[in-house]
Design a protein around this ligand. Structure first.
Ligand code: SF4
Ligand code: SF4
Length: 386
């Protein structure tokens, strides 16, 4: 799970067209391997294979280049980053060059000794994802047995080693009714932050949208639950509530604006403006093996394409919110309207908004949702015949 804990909150200051500033954070997808199979996984449908992943030295070089570029936070993610045996070597270099290191993990492959060692090497923060706090439901969502018990252990170790903990809870039709218990779980674990993240429908989640979409009434109720819990837990736990696009009136400033605050490096080394951007045709993704990170950030075609506001069409072009939400999400515009330069259909001013909302209402009203398409690595392709 590679949702970034909102340590990078984006201001609503106007963007400069030529991007004169460094990104705040870098999401390092160390691998696409993961023992879980969540149907909302944000990894692409075509997963990178282990033999194509960057080497230890290449990732260490990414850490050095990130620090030189002025990046402050590194999010070590996946897939499941702890399946990489060299995670310690990468964390060590990241910490030495002064990056704030956040491990985004499902926890099930972590051991107490390993976490202790990572802490000694400089790991700053752990973000633990959960599927549900009901064992049966958690297994159904992740297609993984006894994961919840393991996550409880990991949460305890994080606190034992006096590290800050964020609980990352993707919310959807199957677990939304358990939200109060999920919040209590985070409190019991001693988390300082919880991310209640309504699913973003790209990649695997888009494939499973009809199985995951909650009703509008459920979403409104969940917002009330979060508001009440925020009040009750002031000074105990911070809440980040990712609102669901399909029931919104204006879109989120996706990634804080394209190429404005965050960059993403895939297991193979491709550098993306956001983790879903490979779904947008016509973008050229440079690789850290071929081009320096700073040059990619400043001049890479994929970063330039939708940076700032000059690429916008109407109604965004003349909208007073153009430099606040940047027209929303390019990947969602592509997925739903067929043109990444269109207004995000989450916006009530988009001509596609009515159909967007209707899709959510219709799918969430189905009494029997379709079965999940679990996130799995496709079988290796046979070599081409001579
Ligand atoms: S399968 Fe689940 S745990 Fe694994 S990376 Fe995807 S969302 Fe995270
Ligand atoms: S028209 Fe574009 S800029 Fe204006 S609110 Fe909608 S998405 Fe944002």
């Amino acid at each position: 799970m590679n949702e970034i804990a909102p340590m990078e909150q984006f201001s609503e200051k106007p963007v400069v067209e030529a991007c004169a500033r460094a990104p705040v954070g870098l999401l390092a997808e160390l691998t696409h391997r993961c023992p879980l199979q969540c149907p909302y996984c944000s990894n692409p449908l075509e997963l990178d294979r282990v033999n194509s992943e960057l080497t230890t030295e290449q990732w260490q070089d990414v850490m050095r280049q990130a620090a030189d570029l002025g990046i402050l936070q590194i999010h070590l993610s996946g897939g499941e980053p702890t399946v990489r045996k060299d995670l310690e070597d990468i964390v060590e270099v990241a910490a030495k060059v002064g990056l704030y290191t956040n491990l985004i993990t499902a926890g099930v492959t972590l051991t107490r000794d390993r976490l202790k060692r990572l802490k000694e090497l400089g790991l700053d923060h752990v973000q633990l994802s959960i599927q549900d706090v009901d064992d049966v439901n958690a297994e159904k969502i992740s297609a993984y047995k006894n994961g919840l018990a393991k996550k409880r252990e990991v949460g305890k170790w994080v606190r034992e080693f006096d590290m800050p903990l964020t609980i990352n809870a993707p919310i959807h039709r199957l677990n939304i009714e358990n939200l109060p218990n999920i919040i209590e779980f985070a409190v019991e674990m001693g988390a300082g932050r919880i991310e209640v993240a309504n699913i973003q429908y790209y990649a695997w989640a888009l494939k499973n949208r009809a199985a995951l979409m909650p009703t509008r009434a459920q979403v409104l109720k969940s917002a009330e639950i979060v508001e009440a819990a925020k009040e009750r837990l002031k000074g105990v736990m911070v809440f980040d509530f990712v609102v669901p696009d399909y029931y919104a009136k204006t879109p989120k400033p996706c990634m804080g604006g394209w190429g404005r605050g965050v960059m993403n490096v895939t297991p193979q080394g491709r550098v993306l403006p956001c983790h879903a951007s490979e779904s947008v045709p016509g973008l050229v993704f440079d690789n850290v093996k071929d081009r320096p990170l700073a040059d990619i950030w400043l001049n890479g075609q994929a970063f330039q394409k939708y940076r700032g506001t000059s690429w916008m069409k109407e109604p965004c072009r003349s909208c007073p919110r153009a430099e606040i939400d940047f027209g929303g999400c390019r990947c969602q515009a592509m997925a739903f309207t067929g043109d990444a330069a269109n207004t995000d259909p989450a916006c009530k001013l988009s001509p596609h908004h009515g159909a967007f909302v209707a899709a959510a209402e219709q799918e969430s009203a189905e009494q029997t949702p379709p079965p999940f398409v679990y996130r799995r690595m496709a079988p290796a392709k046979a070599p081409a015949a001579e």
